[in-house]
Design a protein around this ligand. Structure first.
Ligand code: DQA
Length: 143
């Protein structure tokens, strides 16, 4: 099973960005931990981060025939990134939405996601464990 994990705007700043909300780990540390976990599940992982919606769309269009599932934390684009929604729909990418923070315990504008209804499911509020939880679920589909 091949899975791509995409992180959107400002997630490259994890570690220094509002650590009381997003934790102290950098994205490199998180990706490394997630990669090790993926190996135990025999899931082949690739990672991509961009601060730009168009680059994220380009990436999805580039790899959709090669990967089985997409795990995405679109950052702020979650709430208004219709282009990402359309890329997921256009490519029929089977997708899981992940957020580090619990978006429902925060500002109201974060309660709305433009992709939740087209995703398999959504994990929010479990910090970086959320990426692993998504992988754990995908691994259960292999059985
Ligand atoms: C986030 C939540 C978003 O509202 C925010 O804009 C982010 C991170 C999360 O992982 O909790 O950039 O997606």
């Amino acid at each position: 099973m091949k899975v791509l994990i995409i992180n959107g705007p400002n997630l490259n700043f994890l570690g220094k960005r509002e650590p009381e909300i997003y934790g102290k780990k950098t994205l490199d540390i998180i990706n490394n931990e997630v990669e090790i976990f993926g190996k135990t599940l025999e899931i082949e992982l690739s990672f991509y981060q961009s601060n730009h919606e168009g680059f994220i769309i380009d990436k999805i269009q580039e790899v959709y025939t090669e990967i089985d599932y997409l795990i995405i934390n679109p950052g702020a684009l979650t709430h208004y990134g219709i282009g990402i929604r359309d890329a997921i729909l256009s490519t029929n990418m089977k997708t899981i939405e992940v957020h580090l923070s619990n978006v429902y315990s925060r500002e109201e504008f974060r309660h709305k996601s433009v992709i939740s209804d087209i995703c398999i499911g959504k994990i929010t509020g479990f910090g970086s464990e959320g990426y692993k939880m998504a992988l754990q679920y995908l691994s259960s589909l292999k059985k």
